[in-house]
Ligand binder design. Structure first.
Ligand code: FAD
Length: 473
């Protein structure tokens, strides 16, 4: 039966695009190398019609499908389990930009388009596609939609959900829902688009999307500020909202220990104020985009920083003099996860709490972890403008990191996620649930919400063939 299915898949997409032998690690292992699965086959359809035919063939054979884009997801949602029975449906050949509508400020693109290529496509048109994250050279827009990715510009432009106007989806029965409208207003019933966004491949396969475009800002300025506390960072965020308005496009926070790892493992990167006396506990990276001119943007930034100095929420600050200096500052922020990986295995969290409650959450959880697990090192950084922290935990210095993970990961997760729940937050802000946190969904989501989610899954995918085990336990 399985042999017949692989033959059928070959006849649909061509033998060259069905991989079932040899080294399939790139598709079978997750980005963080936490899990290694085994696929029956990796199939790479080149059109929506081929996706639909593949899904129909799998449904007939009772084979489950794992949709996969760039496989950069951080929650283990795009790799097969170890049974060798699942089909990985890779979207990488669905990579065409179908249309650009300059007057409607939209582009309709296929799911396998690499995010960075879409940013470049928009730029060539003199427009902006603002979704931006460190994996943009490898992740796909289908994966961004599947996970409702966030990134560094959410404070101004929203998550991927807010950037999407319409979708084309292949259903678990192999039908095609053509919902590629570029409408900004459409109140005709349930919002099916929003159902598929963030569904992590469990309800169907997104094959194309109509995404919003924006005018390019006339100027973009970046500043780096040392702040005396997390509470001060949140006060600075309030000031930035007030004085920059819609110009505030990025607001990242970085803990001192997170930056010390960058200095240690990437000594070629110059971290501003790293040598400041008494080493301030937090640093903020702010971005201001302006539709008028660079001079105007700089003036606004300077006013903001003057007010922040007066307020005491900023100890020292530097504004990038050029685009390349701005890139260097962002580069430091983007390198924190790599520096952390260099330091050794660690426990990652992608949590959100209302920005106003973050200082109390951090104070509470830092103290709790240090009390319960002495010597633990906290690598705290993230998109503070969105109330989203990557509140990561590193093994004690000179300890055995593998043994630490084996013995302490469950306990650390419990302490952190219970604290998040206590502060009214979410255990997954932007990386999704995947298979990694499916048990957490069952634990922390309300029973009513879970039962509605299960009803939706049963209604759309009664055979349970779309990415089973991912998200819904
Ligand atoms: C260095 C690095 C930095 C990152 N930074 C961020 C960040 O700032 N913000 C953020 O949100 N994420 C971040 N991520 C996580 C990751 O890049 C995003 O989740 C991204 O959206 C995944 O896209 P992908 O194409 O790689 O999807 P994949 O990893 O292939 O898939 C992710 C999920 O989406 C589903 N899926 C994929 N394609 C489709 C489709 N066409 N239809 C339906 N379902 C589909 C998969 O089944 C899976 O459940 C980062 C990752 C790395 C490695």
């Amino acid at each position: 039966m399985q042999h017949t299915l692989v033959e059928q898949l070959r006849s649909i997409v061509g033998a060259a695009h069905v991989l079932s032998e040899g080294d399939l690690t790139a598709w079978e292992q997750d980005w963080r190398k936490r899990v290694m699965g085994k696929a029956l086959a990796v199939v790479r359809p080149g059109s929506t019609a081929e996706v639909a035919a593949v899904v129909r063939a799998c449904a007939l054979a009772g084979a489950s499908i794992v949709p996969q884009g760039g496989n950069t997801g951080l929650s283990v949602g795009s790799t097969p389990d170890e049974t060798g029975t699942q089909v990985v449906l890779s979207t990488t050949r669905l990579n065409r930009v179908r249309t650009i509508d300059r007057d409607n400020l939209t582009m309709t693109v296929e799911a396998g388009c690499i995010l960075q290529s879409l940013q470049e496509t928009a730029e060539k048109e003199g427009l902006l596609f603002p979704l931006s994250l460190a994996a943009e050279g490898s992740c796909t827009i289908g994966g961004n939609l599947g996970t409702n990715a966030g990134g560094t510009q959410v404070v101004r432009y929203g998550n991927t959900r807010e950037l999407c106007l319409g979708l084309e989806v292949v259903t678990p029965q192999g039908e095609v829902w053509e919902g590629l409208s570029g409408l900004r207003k459409d109140n005709t019933g349930y919002d099916l688009r929003d159902l598929f966004i963030g569904s992590e491949g469990t309800l169907g396969i997104i094959t194309a999307a109509t995404m919003k475009l924006f005018p390019q800002p006339a100027a973009q300025l970046t500043a780096w500020a040392a702040v005396p506390s997390m509470e001060a960072a949140v006060r600075l965020l309030g000031l930035a909202h007030r004085y920059l308005g819609a110009g505030l496009t990025g607001f990242e926070v970085m803990g001192q220990f997170a930056l010390s790892l960058v200095t240690k493992h990437m000594p070629q990167l110059r971290v501003p104020f790293a040598g400041l006396e008494g080493a301030p506990p937090y640093y903020v990276l702010l971005e201001n985009s302006d539709s008028e001119s660079e001079e105007h943007a700089r003036q606004r930034f300077e006013t903001l920083l003057e007010l922040a100095f007066e307020d005491g929420c900023v100890l020292d600050a530097v504004v990038a003099e050029s685009l390349s200096q701005a890139h260097e500052l962002w580069h430091i922020r983007e390198n924190i996860p790599l520096a952390q990986a260099e330091e050794g295995l660690n426990i990652k969290h992608d949590i959100s709490v209302a920005a106003s409650r973050i200082p109390a959450f951090v104070e509470h959880t830092d103290a709790l972890l240090q009390r319960e697990i002495p010597g633990v090192r906290l690598v705290n950084f993230g998109h503070l403008g969105d109330g989203n922290l990557h509140y990561n935990v590193q093994a004690p210095e000179d300890g055995d990191a593998r043994a630490f993970l084996d013995t302490q990961e469950a306990r650390v997760n419990e302490l952190v996620y219970d604290a998040v729940a206590q502060f009214g937050g979410s255990f997954s802000a932007e990386h999704g649930v995947g298979t990694l946190k499916a048990d957490k969904l069952a634990q922390y989501k309300s029973p009513v919400a879970l039962s509605m989610m299960r009803a939706i899954k049963r209604a759309l995918d009664p055979q349970g063939l779309m990415n089973p085990g991912c998200m819904l336990p």
